[in-house]
Ligand binder design. Structure first.
Ligand SMILES: [Zn+2]
Length: 396
């Protein structure tokens, strides 16, 4: 097979399987190609290792990288049309033992955005989140690790806010979807266009709504917080585990407590869990250590029944098909703001947990498991205390 044909079939496969990333990994004797589908890597084909260098060379040409440089990592991007779909590809190379490894992130511009109704938020939470979005100013944070669906939710929110009388500016890395009427800025650290620089300029562009892709440093956080205090609605993300930790994390990033207290209006934490395959779901037995865990941590669920796919052709014998969002929404009330201002972590956490309508991520996921949307196993995987149980498993 020629290299061009190989590349075409790689992208055809990836688009068909709805893969988010393609990994090209030259090994001593083989070329390993893996795709990330629904968050998991799947090995798709092995070729003679000889084709690896030609393949990588071609991909580097496509992304206008320096082909003579093989000893240093490089990154670039290119567009490719697959089945009439425009795919934006971000490529990163890494020199490894047997050549250069390449990872490509696929951003499908044609896939269409999900509306907020489609991200999987329960109705009552969606209603609360929407009313926060329609505030004239303040900061709303969406938090979670990479790959937790934050961007999808934020685009859903922006899409809803995107009306002719609102000026929206975004600073993103990468710009994943183009939105009509929105001025989207691709962050480029190489030329000095950082999140903080973009944000500073935004304030001179008379926006109503600003989206900052990520608050990586205290400078960006502080400008964002100040912007949200001066008549702008600011949306951003943080890499924190849950909603309660996020407000506290901002204070840890040296943002003054009084500023966080006045600016942050709501925090939405998000994860993705695998969705049970509807074709092969059956009752899921609860193992003894999961029972112990439920009894101690979530007794309300210890008598519940759960379901899980046993695996069939539809779900590629995994028992799961697609993923669904799990959410935790914290609204910053005056009492919570006071606790932040006083830098009182304990009171903040206690009040947050007692808030009407508040449900932790694990609690929300367990409720989804009871309704059959996901498995108990998936719900438990969101808990920070879960890994301990896996270690114990051998001792039971
Ligand atoms: Zn199935």
């Amino acid at each position: 097979m020629t290299v061009v044909k190989l590349i075409n079939s790689l992208f055809e496969d990836a688009v068909q399987m709805n893969a988010s990333d393609i990994h090209i990994e030259p090994d001593e004797k083989v070329l390993r190609i893996r795709q990330r589908i629904d968050g998991n890597l799947q090995e798709t084909l092995l070729k003679e290792s000889g084709i690896a260098s030609a393949l990588v060379l071609r991909l580097k040409l496509m992304s206008e990288l320096d082909i003579s440089e093989k000893r240093l990592p490089q990154d670039g991007r290119f567009h490719i049309k697959v089945r009439k779909m425009n795919i934006d590809v971000r490529l990163s190379t890494l020199p490894v033992e047997h050549g250069e490894a390449v990872v490509m992130r696929l951003l499908n511009q044609s896939a269409g955005l999900l509306s907020l109704d489609q991200v999987g938020m329960p109705n009552d939470m969606l209603r609360r989140f929407r009313s926060q979005l329609h505030r004239p100013y303040g900061m709303i944070l969406v938090t979670g690790p990479t790959g937790s669906g934050k961007t999808t939710t934020l685009y859903g929110a922006l899409n809803e806010l995107n009306i002719p009388d609102k000026k929206i500016l975004t600073a993103e890395d990468p710009v994943e979807y183009r939105l009509p009427r929105v001025s989207q800025v691709q962050i480029n650290n190489k030329v000095g266009l950082t999140f903080s620089n973009a944000l500073r300029t935004f304030l001179r562009q008379d926006p109503d709504i600003i989206l900052v892709g990520e608050m990586r440093d205290s400078e960006t956080a502080e400008i964002g917080l100040r912007a949200s205090m001066t008549g702008h609605l600011v949306l951003s993300t943080l890499h924190t585990n849950n909603a309660i930790d996020s407000a506290l994390r901002l204070v840890d990033m040296e943002a003054p407590g009084y500023l966080v207290a006045s600016a942050v209006k709501a925090v939405l934490a998000q994860r993705l869990v695998k969705r049970n395959c509807t074709e092969c779901s059956e009752p899921e037995p609860v193992s003894s250590h999961h029972k112990v865990w439920l009894d101690s941590q979530y007794p309300a669920y210890s008598q519940q029944r759960f379901t899980k796919g046993k695996g069939c052709q539809t779900c590629n014998h995994t028992g799961y098909k697609g993923r669904i969002g799990v959410f935790e929404l914290l609204e910053v009330t005056p009492e919570l703001a006071d606790a932040l201002r006083a830098n009182d972590h304990n009171t903040f956490t206690r009040l947050a947990q007692q808030q009407k309508g508040y449900r932790s991520l694990v609690d929300s996921a367990l409720a989804m498991a009871v309704s059959g949307q996901t498995s108990l196993e998936q719900a438990i995987s969101l808990s920070e205390s879960a890994p301990l149980l896996d270690e114990l498993e051998g001792n039971f």
